[in-house]
Write a protein that binds this ligand. Sequence first.
Ligand SMILES: Cc1ncc(C[n+]2csc(CCOP(=O)(O)OP(=O)(O)O)c2C)c(N)n1
Ligand SMILES: [Mg+2]
Length: 557
Amino acid sequence: MSRKGSQILIDTLLHEGVEIVFGYPGGAVIPIFDALYDAPLKVILTRHEQGAAHAADGYARATGKVGVCVATSGPGATNLTTGIATANMDSIPLVAITGQVKTSLIGNDSFQEADTTGIMRPITKHSYLIKDVSELARTVREAFHIARTGRPGPVVIDLPVDVTLAECDGQIPEKVELPGYKPRYEGNARQCKLAAEAINASKRPVVYAGGGVLSSGATAELAELVEKANLPITTTMLGLGCYPETSERSLHMLGMHGTYYANYAVTGCDLLIAVGARFDDRITGKIDEFAPHAKIIHVDIDPTSIGKSVRVDIPVVGDARNILSQILKHVKYVERPEWFQQIVEWKQKFPLAYNNNGKFIKPQYVIEQLYEITKGDVIITTEVGQNQMWAAQFFTYTKPRTFISSGGLGTMGFGFPAAIGAQLGCPNKLVVDIAGDGSIQMNIQELATAVHNKLPVKVIILNNGYLGMVRQWQELFYKKRYSHTHLAGNPDFVKLAEAYGAVGVRIERKEDVRPVLDKMLKTKDTVFMDFVIDPEENVFPMVPAGQAIHRMIGGMA
Ligand SMILES: Cc1ncc(C[n+]2csc(CCOP(=O)(O)OP(=O)(O)O)c2C)c(N)n1
Ligand SMILES: [Mg+2]
């Protein structure tokens, strides 16, 4: 039976199990939106295409499914780019569908034309321009396959309007066949055995776990390994939640704003076991002094990330879950009393701390209270800056997919639309965006999306009146010359929330923090909580840029 391209697209999305699409219409996608009009799919109209991309990303991070967004040609597509680049840096599976001008007009500087695949190529895992309707179903299937397999990532499908209007029988192929794309899942048995032997022989091992553990669903295997072999473990920011931070074995986060004890342990270890992590510069600091005494095991599904920034002694390419279960078979329990004693001493001497005296509300205190109330039963999204680092440091993460944040790209404006996506993916969960007063203004229009869809998303604005993280660097390294980081002219966030039909509340006194959180977290409303915090509070500890990670400063109460 002959169907239009737009209908074939919807049928293939349904075949892929898509339940929800985030999007924004425009001329080149009117046929797609027309087919969406009565499709058995939830369509969420965001108020900006960037919001759609981040919402699809938040949905993907919270559920583990592929996020889908749709935008028109030209400005619609270019507005998606920041969201797509964000997903690409953090290996998040997305399929973004963009409208394109008619095939006969491509290259003509026609109205709302942009070279979408050209723009997207460096910020996607793959991108397609479909020129013939007969290729549509197969291409959409391939896009989903590429997005969710191997190292996940975003895939863009650019669809000229005449292709969506053309007709063909549009059979959906049973199988995806991509001879040039065969990600490796099984780890090499010999490498797994070598890794296990190195673990058994190690006196001072540390596991360094990243977002790959979450995307491969390897948290149970990781916990089993850590316990069976008796290992301390630190995680990256994207790895938060892959192992419970309530455990004695947890060293919490490492890197630029990690804990002293995590960074000391990595510097002092004789074996670093990296799992689903990519040795980002925010983790390694000065590369020649990173883990200087360690043999390095690197488990990763992407062979190109192995050996990219550090030398690796035992590479194991494949799926983390699979590899960890293979390694598990060969490891034994080793006591290592001296190493654990050393770690306990570091923890006692250099705990995460802040000074809670003085009249101001401290942001760390707000986050600790959020943990006290929720006990970790919440999905936290964050914006970028100090708010993000405090959220990473002072909340205790115990469950996978409960911390959602832009790591690699560091995208301000990510957290609020991501919270919307997470809430739609997990309707029964409490979803809280921890925001800064600067970042929240970057996608604040999504208040309309949240309110219209009756989403009970809660936003905690840690309002310091500054682009705080930049101000912190100016304070520490630029002689307090606060060049254009003071946010004079911030809006009244309570009135602003109310203007959209949400609830707004401003909190100025320490003693109101807990009661307001207690009350507001229970409501079914979209809520903005504007916490007026110490304007010059800093994020500590900190590794100054370019330094070795054990050369940390600050953070003693
Ligand atoms: C889109 C974007 N632009 C600029 C930056 C650079 N930047 C990083 S943190 C930051 C300040 C963020 O301010 P705010 O949201 O108020 O958070 P705070 O650090 O005060 O908690 C800026 C400007 C960025 N990360 N993203
Ligand atoms: Mg701020």
